[in-house]
Ligand binder design. Structure first.
Ligand code: UT7
Length: 322
């Protein structure tokens, strides 16, 4: 994982908008987040996380034969950010696939990597979730509902061919429902508008993310348990207690506590670190998983469930033996 050095506390935000540490902690659990300094982008964070992931996998960058880059905050409109990571890693000609599934981006990325590896198309797939939100947030009271939630950061994993059934991806399940796509989105700049961005749109703050928070919350606490149950069923897992560690997307600590309670997962079998990093969308699961591994909460061979829900709306789960 890689996060920027700059720590932004709730009190720092309260100096710039009408909010408070109490409100943010009570509703979301977030205490601080990391925001980039000028000149630091998603590709740089991703490259840092990727180098560490590749090294820990006992590989070298040249062993990677596909990069999957999940983000909702690409460094530039085009090309996709994956090619910039490829360049920073000193790689040439391997394919780079950018995907746009927001908070579920990492789960979608894992499902693509798993499928490619199963077909034998690729051997070592680098799956990255990386985000720089801070440069696109409304740092005023008008944007406070969204702005206090998001942080910058990157996480990466290498998915390779399993050599035995004790360390492998067991299942991936991914879903989407576009019927309420606008309850969490950033509308501008957009190719559907002429011009793509205008002074009027900016005056209406339409280039900032907008969210119907309560709706999103309700969908999250419904879809995440469904995705977990779907994975359990597919793998013949009868009891939730068979899962050693649940790593949920970090959107709101209250969401994750509610989900854990709904499925009967004891607190010691799930890990959250939104308190320190806020919601880093596609990066949150690999960052959280990395931390759980570092803390010894995930050990080799453990049954791990990754689960996410996010804009789109999108949701899904990955079950794996680490
Ligand atoms: O990754 C997936 C994406 N996001 C999510 O999953 C987020 C899902 N939603 C949520 O986590 C919650 O809806 C929020 C934490 C965003 C908001 O909590 P809420 O309990 O749903 O609050 P609310 O939006 O209904 O707002 C309650 C009040 C409002 O004031 P009034 O109308 O009651 O006077 C807001 O204006 O809190 C106000 N408010 C704030 N006050 C202080 C909204 N944002 C803030 C803020 N600081 N940052």
């Amino acid at each position: 994982m890689a996060v920027p050095n700059r720590v932004v506390t709730n009190d720092d935000l309260a100096k710039q908008m009408e909010t408070s540490n109490e409100w943010i902690v009570e509703r979301t659990g977030i205490e601080q987040r990391r925001w980039v300094e000028p000149g630091e982008g998603g590709a740089e964070l991703a490259a840092k996380a990727s180098k560490e992931a590749i090294e820990r996998a006992g590989l070298q960058p040249k062993d990677i034969d596909l990069i999957i880059y999940a983000t909702l905050s690409p460094d530039v409109n085009f090309p996709g950010t994956g090619v910039f990571v490829q360049r920073l890693l000193g790689l040439k000609e391997i394919p780079c696939l950018d995907i746009r599934q927001q908070c579920t981006g990492f789960i979608y990325g894992m499902s693509i990597a798993d499928a490619y590896i199963r077909t034998g198309s690729f051997k070592n797939v680098l799956v990255i979730g990386s985000e720089v939100h801070s440069t696109g947030l409304d740092i005023s009271t008008a944007g406070r509902d969204v702005t206090v939630l998001f942080g910058d950061g990157a996480g990466a994993v290498v998915v390779g061919r399993a050599t035995d059934d004790r360390h492998m991806v067991l299942s991936t399940h991914i879903h989407a429902d576009g019927s309420e796509a606008e309850i969490l989105w950033t509308e501008y700049p957009a190719s559907r508008h002429h011009p793509r961005i205008s002074a009027e749109a900016m005056a209406e703050r339409k280039h900032y993310p907008a969210m119907k928070g309560k709706n999103v919350f309700k969908h999250a606490v419904t879809r995440m348990p469904q995705a977990i149950m779907e994975g359990m069923q597919a793998n013949g897992i009868k009891s939730i207690l068979e899962i050693d560690m649940l790593i949920p997307h970090q959107a709101n600590l209250r969401i994750n506590q509610m989900v854990a309670q709904m499925i009967g997962m004891p607190p010691e079998k799930t890990h959250n670190n939104i308190q320190k990093y806020g919601n880093t969308t596609a990066a949150s699961i690999p960052i959280c998983m990395h931390e759980a591994i570092e803390l010894g909460k995930i050990k080799p061979g453990d049954l791990v469930c990754l689960v996410a829900f996010g804009a789109g709306l999108t949701w899904g789960s990955v079950f794996l033996r680490y």
